[in-house]
Design a protein around this ligand. Sequence first.
Ligand SMILES: Cc1cc2nc3c(=O)[nH]c(=O)nc-3n(C[C@H](O)[C@H](O)[C@H](O)COP(=O)(O)OP(=O)(O)OC[C@H]3O[C@@H](n4cnc5c(N)ncnc54)[C@H](O)[C@@H]3O)c2cc1C
Ligand code: FES
Length: 578
Amino acid sequence: MKLLSVNVSRPREISHDGKTVRTGIFKQRIEGRVMLRELNIEGDGQADLVGHGGIYKAAYVYSVENYRYWENELGRSDCAFGQFGENFTVEGMLDDDIHVGDTFRIGGTLVEVTQPRVPCFKLGIRMGIPGFEHVLLSSNRMGFYLRVLEEGEVGAGDAIEPVDVDPECMSVAEVNNLLYFDLGNLEDARKALRIKALSPGWRGSFENRLAKAEISGKTAEGFRTLIVDRIERESENISSFYLLPEDGKKLPPFMPGQFLPMRLDIPGEPKPLNRTYSLSDRPGRDYYRLTIKREPPPKDRPNTPPGRSSNYFHDRLKPGARLRVRSPRGKFYLDPKGASPVALVSAGVGLTPMISMLNAIVETGAERPVWFVHGARNGAEHAMGAHVRRLANENDFVHSYIRYSRPAPEEMEGRDYDSEGHVDAALLERLLPEEGVDYYLCGPTPFLKSVFIGLLAGGVAEERIHFEFFGPASSLREGDDAGVSGGDCVDCSTEIEVTFKRSGVTGNWNPSFGTLLDMAEKLGLSPAYSCRSGICQTCICSIEDGEVEYVEEPLDLPDDDAVLICCSKPKTDVVIDV
Ligand SMILES: Cc1cc2nc3c(=O)[nH]c(=O)nc-3n(C[C@H](O)[C@H](O)[C@H](O)COP(=O)(O)OP(=O)(O)OC[C@H]3O[C@@H](n4cnc5c(N)ncnc54)[C@H](O)[C@@H]3O)c2cc1C
Ligand code: FES
């Protein structure tokens, strides 16, 4: 194996289809030796630092054998080294032979293979063949990226020496095929996740696939009937409902923090109600438990009818009643196998996902430090207090702290609750270690806002703060519409244009956004949403032009001229009323 050519370029602007595109794909061969550093090669640059670059993509490698293949396929002979945007043109490193995770010495460097290339439309521009990126993808001759383990000098003519072969032995071609074409192969997705060197972007894609398969495999079954087995009162206004499968079959698994979508046929209601309730016990039980607060009329409108579903649960649902539910879902969940300390911070009925997470952590036996911090008005409204206290007494790694905003006269600080007031960031700062804690927040919007802003102000990294709204969501930051941060981008922008008409904002779709809602948020907009899972219809918008497709099956499809932006992506250019 040999390094034939080192190719670099600085990003430049080119005109394409009447638009200006910034790209670093026009690589030119350089002579002599250059430094390969952790982030890239001396003299090189990427225009789209979302899709390219970073430590997992410090250099892109393409094999000269592929040049021969394309010259033959395309009937051309004008391809100079660097034509495919690669930094290293090499000999003898074909996608079928090199494994993700293999390490090599090239010149003075030590490098490891992290992922196949993700081609974008700029390759089509570079080749002068619109859509060539799709041709490359189906050829499975992608080339691959390197991470630099030891920086050093490289130059054309350097030998490439294998150092280690990854134990999973998954070739670049196999991993590429798995991501794009072998979608149902969950066994290999698990195998790919065992490759330590795999880049976070690709890792995330396989993790999502497995998580979705766990959940959506069951979703395909549609609704399932659960029977209310028993009802337990947790406080004056909160009760737990234990549900068993009518057919006696195993219940679909879920992650602690996820919720159960359901469709309620309430006598007297003109149409079924779609509602979601968090699962309040840990996964792995033979029942599901929901813990529901009776929703009164708003304080400023005492004459409006009280909450329909919650009051139906409290007043009319009896053991033996049947409920039509879908499989659990939701993106607010905790990985119980994680190791970081966790703060489960809630107010009111927002404690339900936290109890599931707490029980799941205790169940693993891993002694992961966890702080359960909860705010309630007083003992009458405080649910599951005895349960949490018991777990804290029995397990040194579980810490509990309870605040009452209006304790009853007979309630005593230190015995019934820990202090008076609301749960806020100052309290968390006092209770928790300074660094490394993952925060999970759930409760009324003012509570979420105050804790979220306070944590950020206290220096907690945003990616460590996870939250869930039980009603329509809004931005948590004053004067800042970026309510939610999205995942890592692993792909380049496409040519599909999305126009959020009412906001006057247009952008190019990038598959790594996930959904139209995520894209809107990335662009600084804050459309209304609640479940983010196609259940509640809060995010429904009219679609004025173009077509979308659903990435997650909604509970009910909206009319043709409307779209649920939380679970859809564009198929063509679209204009949406956001
Ligand atoms: C992801 C997620 C998880 C959730 N988990 C839980 C959970 O674990 N436990 C839980 O208790 N809840 C949970 N919820 C909330 C739950 O889904 C319901 O939203 C809640 O029970 C209220 O529904 P409802 O049908 O009772 O009230 P609705 O009938 O939807 O009414 C809501 C409120 O509006 C008021 N109202 C009615 N008519 C009017 C009017 N004309 N004008 C003004 N106001 C009016 C009602 O009085 C009530 O206060 C969760 C929500 C989400 C999104
Ligand atoms: S936010 Fe609930 S359906 Fe989209």
